[in-house]
Design a protein around this ligand. Structure first.
Ligand code: SAM
Length: 278
């Protein structure tokens, strides 16, 4: 199919849209590796975002119980419907950022619901955030993103790439950088390499919407100390913040990238109690 994929592009004289992040997978080994990593089987319902010309879809359909694809490019819908005349396949013509839970849930019949996708790069973060925040019925995600983004999402505290997105994603899920994918396996070839990253949802008790706002404020300006960021964001006197940090066992010079994911949650709960703001 990966080779047929290139042929389909030629046959249909399709002009690929850079604006929609259309870099299609052309290597069957990578396709298989992704589906294997996602541990797709007949107990799985798959949601695929941006099926393109179906490189991943075909392999997913071989392994999963059913596949629901969401594709924004209208021109690809009849091609996909013709390629996969299959009762286990359905494609919705929609912007994934606009789909609601009902549109997806109605078609996901199995207990284990996973997203497997080679994401359009221009909206990667919005898509991940939407799934993690709004679609709690989705248990696992296996997605291809730019390598740099995968490194940031999976970064650990006290490293350069650790930021508010790392904390948010790792609070909601167990994140794993699975493997790097060379840019040469795409058509057209993008400027940078990609990576597969996985998310396995965890049970959380924290109010994630409020927590997320707090964490973003902590990282507002990465070069500043935690106290300086929070002082600007919440207009709380520095002396009170020094005392707060001292109570939690931190130095006044603390920077947000030094705070571990779990420590962030403890800090957020204490912060709410102490200052009654979020
Ligand atoms: N899955 C295919 C593959 O691996 O060869 C195509 C992946 S390509 C990187 C991204 C796909 O997402 C394109 O088909 C593009 O049209 C589609 N797309 C872009 N923005 C979208 C959106 N907001 N909602 C759904 N699909 C989108």
């Amino acid at each position: 199919m990966a080779q047929a994929n290139i042929q389909t592009i030629k046959d249909s004289q399709l002009v690929l849209k850079k604006s929609l992040g259309q870099n299609f997978l052309t290597d069957q080994n990578i396709v298989k590796k992704i589906v294997k990593t996602a541990n797709v089987n007949k107990n799985t319902s798959i949601i695929e975002i941006g099926p393109g010309l179906g490189a991943l879809t075909e392999e997913l359909l071989k392994k999963a119980n059913n596949v629901l694809a969401v594709e924004l490019d209208q021109r690809l819908i009849p091609i996909l419907e013709e390629l996969f005349i299959n009762e286990n396949f359905k494609v919705i013509h929609e912007d994934f950022l606009k789909v609601d839970e009902k549109q997806l849930k109605d078609y996901c019949t199995k207990d284990s619901i996973k997203v497997v996708a080679n994401l359009p790069y221009y909206i990667t973060t919005s898509i991940i955030t939407k799934i993690l925040l709004e679609f709690s019925f989705i248990d696992e995600l296996y997605i291809m993103v730019q390598k740099e983004v995968a490194e940031r999402i999976s970064a650990k505290a006290k490293t350069k790439k650790y930021n508010s997105l790392s904390v948010f994603c790792q609070t909601i899920s167990d994140v794993n950088y699975e493997f790097t994918v060379k840019k040469t396996v795409f058509n057209p070839v993008p400027k940078i390499d990609s990576a597969i990253i996985s998310f396995k949802r965890k049970d959380i008790t924290v109010n994630i919407y409020e927590f997320e706002k707090f964490v973003q404020k902590c990282f507002m300006q990465k070069r500043k100390t935690w106290i300086n960021n929070i002082n600007v964001a919440y207009k709380i006197e520095k002396q009170l913040l020094i005392e707060f940090l001292n109570k939690l066992g931190y130095k006044p010079t603390l920077r947000s990238e030094e705070i571990e994911v779990l420590e962030f949650q403890e800090m957020y709960e204490e912060f709410k109690l102490n200052f009654n703001v979020i």
